[in-house]
Design a binder for this molecule. Structure first.
Ligand SMILES: NC(=O)c1ccc[n+]([C@@H]2O[C@H](COP(=O)([O-])OP(=O)(O)OC[C@H]3O[C@@H](n4cnc5c(N)ncnc54)[C@H](OP(=O)(O)O)[C@@H]3O)[C@@H](O)[C@H]2O)c1
Length: 276
């Protein structure tokens, strides 16, 4: 990332906080980061922690920045875009982290012909363990693409998709995915309690098992399928459990759930882009 690039965040909430922390931990100077929000007490907290320049006026922030990260709730994105249209520097890169809002709507709200990267981060970004899908429109240069990738990589991994529609698939997988694993942890804890464990022990066993299995899958060159094969002895306990999952079509249950999330992401994109 070039040291002369100024990155402005509109919205000083959880996600902006995580990304700014990541950038500063990765050696980006706080002087190069600006922040605006309508909440003055939150801005003051951020200013004290990071020693960066803050604004209560989004228009003023936009005029200072080479990259503008839109980090407000999706429902107010159109208002913010209309606000800053006139003050954006020519050619400035817009990075949206707002879930579901499509590039063509952001572009329309900003007056057209804007370089825009739309991203879909997920909640573990708050612990630097996120994974983000990114899509760039045709106005984004190669160096701006690299820059957007670097910004989101400060809170985890970044992966590009070639078609914007694939961000709905990213939403169905990694965007909503943390909740699927929370559900699995919850179900396994409950089942452990039903088998006689106390709640605290069942929960600790579930969480650590999820963490350990993810770390193994990440560290290993084997696929998840191969790893599963290695821990499933013939006629053993794991085989009994896996067969029970498969008898109830576990793959199909997951596929249906993710299709529902994918379809809903498409609907939300239309709903969120509805305003002028
Ligand atoms: N959190 C996640 O894990 C996650 C994951 C993926 C994507 N996202 C996306 O990231 C975006 C931000 O999420 P978040 O969790 O960081 O939200 P958040 O904590 O609510 O932060 C948004 C901030 O924007 C402020 N704001 C409201 N109106 C504003 C305006 N007109 N101008 C400037 N700032 C304004 C809010 O102030 P008030 O609170 O006073 O309204 C709040 O401080 C959302 O679009 C969300 O879809 C979040």
């Amino acid at each position: 990332m070039q040291n002369s690039t100024t990155i402005g965040f509109i919205g000083a909430g959880n996600m902006a906080y995580a990304i700014i922390s990541g950038l500063i931990n990765n050696g980006i100077s706080a002087e190069k980061i600006k922040l605006s929000d309508t909440n003055e007490s939150l801005l003051s907290l951020r200013k004290d922690e990071f020693n960066l320049e803050v604004f209560t006026d989004n228009i003023e922030l936009a005029a200072h920045c080479d990259v503008i990260v839109l980090a407000v709730k999706p429902q107010i994105l159109s208002i913010v875009c209309h606000q800053i249209t006139e003050s954006i520097k020519p050619g400035a890169l817009i990075v949206s982290i707002a879930a579901g809002v499509r590039v063509r709507d952001i572009n329309r709200w900003l007056g057209g012909n804007q370089p825009i990267v739309r991203t879909m981060p997920n909640t573990p970004a708050l612990l630097n363990q996120g994974v983000t899908g990114l899509f760039a429109n045709e106005n984004v240069s190669a160096s701006q693409k690299e820059l957007a990738g670097d910004i989101l990589s400060s809170v985890g991994q970044s992966l590009w998709v070639e078609e914007e529609g694939m961000l709905d698939a990213v939403t169905a997988l990694s965007g909503s995915g943390p909740a699927y694993f929370f559900l699995m942890i919850e179900s396994m804890s409950n089942a452990g309690v039903a088998l006689g464990l106390d709640e605290k022990t069942a929960q600790a066993l579930s969480i650590q098992t999820a963490l350990g299995a993810s770390m193994m899958a990440d560290a290993s060159t084997d696929s998840a399928h191969e790893l599963r094969g290695k821990v499933t002895s013939p006629n053993g306990t794991t085989q009994a459990a896996i067969e029970s999952f498969q008898d109830q079509d576990f793959d199909l249950i997951v596929a249906h759930a993710m299709r529902a999330a994918f379809d809903r992401a498409g609907e939300l994109g239309v709903e969120l882009g509805d305003s002028d």
